[in-house]
Design a binder for this molecule. Structure first.
Ligand SMILES: *[C@@H]1O[C@H](CO)[C@@H](O)[C@H](O)[C@H]1NC(C)=O
Ligand SMILES: *[C@@H]1O[C@H](CO)[C@@H](O)[C@H](O)[C@H]1NC(C)=O
Ligand SMILES: [Cu+2]
Length: 222
C-alpha cells in the first residue's frame, strides 16, 4: 500500500513537471510583436512554476538572471505593451506587472527595488478570473527615462494553500524608456514581497470567495 501510494505520488509529480505551462515569450512594443524571447528573457525550466518564496528565481524565472541574447526594446513612457504566452493561461489567479530601474538591462539580475504598475484580479460576484493568452499594460507616463526590467507575474492559486502551493509564472522584458518624466518610485525586494500569510496567497477560491486582494505592494501610479 505504501509503495502504491508512493508510486501515485511520484507519477503525479512527474506529470506536474512534464505538462506544458504557458510561457510569456512574446512582447509587443511600439505596435510590433517581437519574435519569441527577442525582448523577453528565456527561462530554462519549461515554465515549471516557481514556488519558493525565498528564491531569486521569483524575479525573472529560472534562467532569467541575465539577458542571454535577449535584446532591449525602446518604448515611450505612456505607451502600451503586451505580453503574449505560447498558450492561454489556464490556472486561476491574478496577473501583475512590475518594473525595476536598472543601470544595464543586459546584466541586471533583478536585485533592485520593484514597483507594481498593474494588477488584474477576479471580478465579483462569481470570482471570475481573466484567463487570457495576452495581457497588456500601459507604462506610467511620468516615469524617468532609462533602462528597466518589466516583469509579468501570473500567480496560480488553483490548488489552495496549505494543501496545495501557489505557483508563480514569470517573465521579464528588457525595455529602455524614453520621455521627459522624472518619477522614480520606491519599491520592494523580490524575493520578500510575497508571504505565505498574504490573504491573496492563502485564499481558497472555491469556498466563500467574495473578495480578493492581489499579493504584493499597492499599485503605483503617476
Ligand atoms: C541561454 O540560451 C541558450 C540558447 O537558447 C540556451 O540553450 C541556454 O539554456 C540559455 N541559458 C540560460 C542560463 O538561460
Ligand atoms: C476579504 O476581505 C476581508 C475583510 O477586509 C479581509 O480580511 C480578507 O483578507 C479578504 N480576503 C482576501 C482573499 O483578500
Ligand atoms: Cu499546472
Amino acid at each position: 500500500m505504501k509503495t502504491f501510494s508512493t508510486l501515485i505520488l511520484a507519477t503525479s509529480l512527474l506529470a506536474n513537471v512534464a505538462h506544458g505551462h504557458y510561457i510569456f515569450e512574446y512582447l509587443t512594443a511600439n505596435g510590433v510583436e517581437g519574435a519569441a524571447y527577442q525582448n523577453i528573457r528565456k527561462n530554462t525550466n519549461y515554465n515549471s512554476p516557481v514556488t519558493d518564496l525565498t528564491s531569486n528565481d521569483l524575479r525573472c524565472n529560472v534562467g532569467g538572471e541575465s539577458s542571454n541574447g535577449t535584446t532591449t526594446v525602446s518604448i515611450a513612457a505612456g505607451s502600451s505593451v503586451t505580453f503574449r504566452a505560447d498558450i492561454a493561461v489556464y490556472h486561476q489567479g491574478p496577473v501583475s506587472f512590475y518594473m525595476t530601474k536598472v543601470s544595464d538591462t543586459t546584466t541586471a539580475d533583478g536585485s533592485t527595488p520593484w514597483f507594481k504598475i498593474k494588477d488584474i484580479g477576479p471580478t465579483f460576484p462569481g470570482g471570475t478570473w481573466d484567463l487570457e493568452q495576452s495581457y497588456s499594460v500601459t507604462i506610467p507616463s511620468c516615469l524617468a527615462a532609462g533602462d528597466y526590467l518589466l516583469r509579468i507575474q501570473q500567480l496560480a492559486i488553483h490548488n489552495p494553500w496549505p494543501a496545495g502551493i501557489p505557483q508563480f509564472y514569470i517573465s521579464c522584458a528588457q525595455v529602455k524608456l524614453t520621455g521627459s518624466g522624472s518619477s522614480s518610485p520606491s519599491g520592494v525586494s523580490i524575493p520578500g514581497a510575497f508571504k505565505d500569510t498574504d490573504p491573496g496567497y492563502t485564499v481558497n477560491i472555491y469556498s466563500n470567495f467574495n473578495n480578493y486582494t492581489v499579493p504584493g505592494p499597492a499599485v503605483w501610479a503617476c
